[in-house]
Design a protein around this ligand. Structure first.
Ligand code: G6P
Length: 472
């Protein structure tokens, strides 16, 4: 095994920023997804290391360099994938933290696997980090890592960013291991959240559980031997690589592809778009219900509107996801059966993921983007749509339960549970005068340009440095 160089900056996340391709010539491919899009440029610039799971059970790989980033794979057995990843992370924490939209499952064996795997990630990070290095831990799969790292490597500067919501105490307190999770997170110098409300929920949980002093997001954590150390809980809304989306959207071939997509759809009057991982938090069923009813009510007729729904496959072995897929596919079939014709399809459902170029073409082809999440940490798709609309056109319909709603205030705001309200919002979006589209889109685009992913990571890392310096 090649020994890893000591890194001054280490990212620790459940997944590596690459996937196995199945091609021997080029065995790894850069993976899609918000987290990778957000972080990879930051790590590359700093010449750092990335610790993560290579995405398949029982895959043991030595550390290697990909696209200028030092990758440190953490292997998981098939049982660990079932218990730590599909089980505790995605069938306990994920539904619990998304306000119990689906019922969380509590299994002690899953928790044991979670502790074991978190320790493995912490050990891998400790082994690759240079003395005094900055380690940035990411997301709900690794909530115990900050404390484990602090115990083994008190010299490190430790940051943690939570990409999903942090629920109110009344919900969080269901978790049988709530105290251990809070202690795990408090190992970080800065615990970052998407929304001000998430940071508040976390600080309140710490106060309720441990009685620590938590003024204005500054938490006094008792240390062994007496005294306290400061941990900061604050909101850092994540963003996207805005410029890349703008550049793609300006490419003539991608603009041509957008026109081609509209033509291939049979040139409907309006193109509506949904882009999500196939997840019950995204409100895909609510969106389908609203669009289906607009046809039923006769507000849309043949040729009026096509909803293109990209639903990328996700966590397919978790029961709640299997059930959701069945429900969505049933619903799409019904709508198309009831309202389609030989030449017209009301809902084009695509159970795939696509390269970024195709996504931007879809964004440019869409008159309205429907983001109807029931609960979502941020929703980067909303930001990608806005960044891609270099033509100033298009309307974003955005759920108030997505973190992006705090910043993207010029969107058409919806409560996705209110189907009548959602139908009105969709109609308002497609009928919105061009002037108003442009006015709103200008404000939205300014926001996404000012807070891009580089600004996000700068804000987080500057705070991390400040908190650490105040301590030493
Ligand atoms: C969300 C989470 C990420 C996760 C991604 C994809 O965005 O916040 O941590 O990586 O979903 O889910 P998956 O289970 O495929 O990693």
């Amino acid at each position: 095994m090649t020994s890893a160089p000591a890194a001054e900056f280490v990212v620790v996340a459940n997944r590596l920023p690459v996937d196995r391709s199945g091609d021997d010539e080029e065995p790894w491919r850069r993976s899609p997804g918000g987290l990778v899009t957000a972080l990879e440029p930051v790590v590359r610039r700093s010449g750092g290391a990335w610790v993560g799971w290579p995405g398949q059970a029982d895959l043991e790989v030595d550390p290697f360099t990909f696209d200028g980033v030092h990758l440190v794979p953490v292997a998981l057995s098939a049982a660990e994938v079932a218990q730590y990843y599909e089980g505790f992370s995605n069938d306990t924490i994920w539904p619990l933290y998304h306000d119990v939209i689906a019922e969380p499952t509590y299994h002690r064996a899953w928790w044991d696997a979670y502790v074991r795997v978190n320790r493995r990630f912490a050990e891998a990070a400790a082994a690759v980090a240079a003395p005094g290095a900055t380690v940035w831990v990411h997301d709900y799969q690794l909530q115990l890592v900050p404390r484990m790292l602090r115990e083994s490597r008190p010299d490190l500067v430790i940051g943690y960013f939570h990409h999903i919501p942090f629920p109110a105490y009344g919900i969080f307190s269901q978790l049988p291991w709530r105290a251990q999770v809070l202690e795990g997170l408090l190992g970080a110098d800065v615990v970052g959240f998407q929304r001000v409300a998430d940071a508040g929920n976390f600080a309140r949980a710490v106060r309720r559980r441990f009685g620590y002093d938590t003024k204005a997001g500054s938490i006094q954590v008792p240390v062994e031997g007496g005294g306290t150390r400061q941990a900061v809980a604050r909101a850092y809304p994540i963003s996207i690589d805005t410029e890349t989306y703008e550049e793609l959207a300006r490419r003539p071939d991608i603009q041509a592809r957008a026109a081609e997509i509209r033509a291939e759809l049979g040139d409907p009057r309006y193109v509506l778009l949904g882009v999500d991982r196939l997840d019950y938090t995204k409100g895909i069923r609510h969106r389908l219900k609203a669009v289906g009813e607009l046809f039923e009510d006769g507000r849309f007729a043949v040729g009026d509107a096509t909803l293109v729904q990209v639903a990328s496959p996700s966590r397919e072995r978790v029961a709640a996801y299997m059930q959701l897929r069945d429900e969505i596919e049933l619903s799409v079939g019904r709508i198309n059966g009831d309202h389609g014709t030989v030449g017209f399809t009301p809902v084009l459902y695509l159970h795939h993921s696509y390269p970024r170029e195709e996504m931007v073409a879809l964004y440019l082809a869409a008159d309205a983007m429907l983001v109807t999440a029931l609960r979502d940490g941020m929703n980067l798709v909303a930001k990608e749509y806005v960044a891609s609309r270099v033509d100033g056109r298009g309307v974003l319909v955005l759920s108030e339960f997505a973190g992006a709603a705090d910043e993207l205030t010029q969107a058409v705001r919806v409560n996705p549970h209110d189907i009548e309200g959602l139908k009105e919002a969709i109609m308002a979006a497609v009928e919105m005068p061009i002037d108003e589209q442009r006015r709103r889109m200008r404000a939205l685009r300014r926001r996404v340009r000012d807070n891009d992913v580089a600004a996000w990571s700068r804000r987080f890392l500057d705070d991390l440095r400040r908190v650490h310096e105040a301590r030493s």
